[in-house]
Write a protein that binds this ligand. Sequence first.
Ligand code: F6P
Length: 292
Amino acid sequence: MKILILSSGGDAPGMNRFIWELYKKFPNQTYFAYAGFTGLVNGQIFPLKEVVRKELKDEAGTVIKSSRCPEFKEEEVFKLGLENAKNFDVVVILGGNGSEKGAKQLFENGVNTIFVPATIDNDVNDCSYSIGFSTAVKEAVYAVENSIKSIEAFNNSCLFEVMGRDDDSICKEVSKIVGADYAVINKKTLDFDELKNVVLKKFIKSQSACIIVRENIMNIEKIAKKLNDSLEMDIVKTHIVGRTQRGGKPTKEELLMATKFAKETALCIKTKVFGVRILADENKEIVVKEFA
Ligand code: F6P
């Protein structure tokens, strides 16, 4: 059995644990495509044992590298990837929504694929948990809790931008954990006058407003300027949490979930169950579903 693995899209903490666990089950049969679909298309395919290292199993990032490959949607590019994928008995694809589409398309063209949700955004359909989410939330909470101490020292308020692309999962979870005074999870939840009042009330009480904003909604610098101009003070600061959410040390839950996803993937490989997505149900139990 020849197994190919690739990680695609934004890297997610926990990918390395998944890769390690799968490698342990099939040490001499597993290959990887370098940097996701890009490597698959370019034929950059190597034995996994050349790069995998036990000491990376608890680290963020992905030892087999990742990339965004929008060109994979183009017919000619897809065909190149398809040809290389056909040299394998199964192709395991780690990533988010876009990667799932690639996995499905390869399957529909005769490749035995298995898709595994790995994205901090936690936005894979029918799936309560994707590898990376817990760590991304932990890192964002850490950034907010630490910055807010300094913000409080000046009675300032702060807009914190968290990642999540077009999904509100990280924003909601972080807001809940830090007890945010205001959360902007989508455009509709941004009421400028309401936000200004929150900031003002806190300022009057010598306190600070902690405001969590999902990325891709608005430019937080502009909103802070608008608030400061309208309050005629300079009390609203900004903090973009950014990529530390992807690079943080994986949480215990992350490592556990990545291990569970890997065990189920290995079982599917052994029992020749292909054309599937390995998902987490509402209780975070692993379930296997066919491509929709
Ligand atoms: O998909 C994961 C993610 O971290 C999103 O939350 C974010 O929108 C995007 O990737 C950022 O991508 P990059 O690091 O390539 O700018």
